[in-house]
Design a binder for this molecule. Structure first.
Ligand SMILES: C[S@@+](CC[C@H](N)C(=O)[O-])C[C@H]1O[C@@H](n2cnc3c(N)ncnc32)[C@H](O)[C@@H]1O
Length: 389
């Protein structure tokens, strides 16, 4: 996470948040005046709670710490009606260690580690149960996606970032097939990154930079990458626009942001349409109760446009049992069955009869995938946009 340089402090009055980012290493207490002034000015206008966002604060020197804590103390003393909340994340563990003991002593100061439970579906997504599903999915998708990537602007030698990289197999495929000049892959689940690093080690791909991080607050500098990808991931966030704005931030002008997402409601199987359609109507509802939109796919174009990206290109990547490796597709279908029944249905508190019906419907889907006399299709919506020059 040593990508940031410099230091910045910004105040968003609407959200009552002061955001500190970069490296706070003032050469003298005077140089910390920016921090003191920033906090004082913010405190003068906020009502109730002042949030100080430390999620992208890479480092803080001893002197920086002193300047910062005394500025916070001054705010608390001058404004007895204000509560100050330091917002940290597991990506900056040092901040929790440093500030939690202070907050325990000072009234009206709290530390909140925002990504402890930062989206309702976190325990379902950041789960070892997803690993075989991700592995099978990338195998079956790659054959189609490889061609598509060139159409969406990926060129050999590009600097690439894969955000929400999962188990890292896509980064590995890019590394092998597109020889990127640099490739950084970020995820928020450490066991996936451990897996990714061990695979990369086996293939001698040590130059893939796997990084623990948060897609909403990346430790990557502005305008660094030619091609920024986030695959099958916007659909798990309840604020996808926030993630797209981070993807755009780290993309170079002229570079492209590339996203893929599902529309589970469009998954289809013949015969067995009835149970399969029932299941793939219910799954988006269960996912919605966890804050996810697994029907996000067709909305991607609008989101990319709204983020100010241009030259939007969209594609439909359809995995079906005519155009894909049947064993791989069957592994995906079996993975979904187990993951939905064992994890998603349980996490969303489905009654036993619904769990049983789901299991049977997902068995039916697997049956159709494996049976060439039927037809099963899984559409994935691909979209990319260019960051204006
Ligand atoms: C559905 S998986 C997709 C993984 C991968 N892109 C793929 O296509 O196989 C979503 C991934 O997002 C990761 N994730 C969830 N929240 C995240 C966050 N805030 N920052 C970075 N990664 C996150 C999860 O750990 C998971 O690996």
């Amino acid at each position: 996470m040593a990508q940031e340089s410099g230091f910045s402090i910004q105040f968003n009055e609407n959200d009552q948040v002061v955001t500190l980012a970069g490296v706070l290493r003032p050469e003298s207490a005077l140089a910390g005046a920016e921090v003191v002034r920033g906090l004082r000015e913010a405190a003068a206008v906020v009502r109730g709670r002042l949030y100080i966002n430390l999620k992208r604060l890479e480092q803080m020197s001893y002197l920086g710490h002193r300047v910062f804590t005394s500025a916070v103390r001054a705010v608390l003393d001058a404004h007895p009606d204000i509560e100050v909340i330091l917002v940290t994340s597991s990506v900056v563990p040092w901040a929790n260690r440093r500030f939690a003991p202070i907050a325990a002593r000072w009234p009206r100061l709290r530390v909140e580690q925002y990504d402890q439970a930062f989206y309702p579906g976190q325990r379902v997504i950041e789960s070892d149960g997803l690993l075989p599903v991700l592995r099978a999915q990338t195998s079956v998708i790659w054959r189609h996606e490889r061609e598509m990537l060139s159409r969406h602007g990926l060129k050999p030698g590009a600097a690439v970032a894969d955000i929400c990289c999962g188990i890292g197999d896509f980064a590995m495929l890019l590394w092998r097939n597109f020889a990127p000049s640099r490739i950084v892959a970020v995820d928020h689940y450490r066991p996936f990154l451990d897996y990714a690093r061990s695979v990369a080690g086996e293939f001698g791909a040590e130059d893939i930079e796997y990084q623990y991080g948060d897609a909403a607050s990346l430790f990557l500098a502005d305008e660094t990458f030619d091609f920024v990808t986030s695959r099958l991931a916007l659909q798990i966030f309840d604020k996808p626009a926030q993630i797209i704005s981070e993807l755009k931030r780290i993309c170079r002008p002229g570079g492209r942001v590339y996203v893929t997402n599902e529309m589970m409601g469009h998954i289809y199987a013949y015969p067995k349409e009835e149970p399969v359609t029932w299941a793939y109507r219910l799954i988006p509802q269960m996912a919605a109760s966890l804050g996810m939109d697994v029907n996000f796919g067709p909305k991607a174009r609008a989101y990319l446009e709204d983020a100010g990206l241009v030259d939007i290109r969209v594609d439909l990547l359809e995995v079906n049992n005519v155009n894909s490796d049947l064993r791989d597709f069957a592994a995906v279908a079996a993975g979904w069955r187990d993951y939905v029944v064992d994890e998603v249905a349980i996490a969303t508190g489905q009654p036993p009869e619904v769990v049983e019906r789901l299991r049977s419907a997902l068995e039916d889907f697997l049956y159709v995938v494996e049976n060439r006399r039927g037809f099963a299709a899984w559409p994935i919506y691909v979209a990319s946009g260019q960051k204006p020059q």
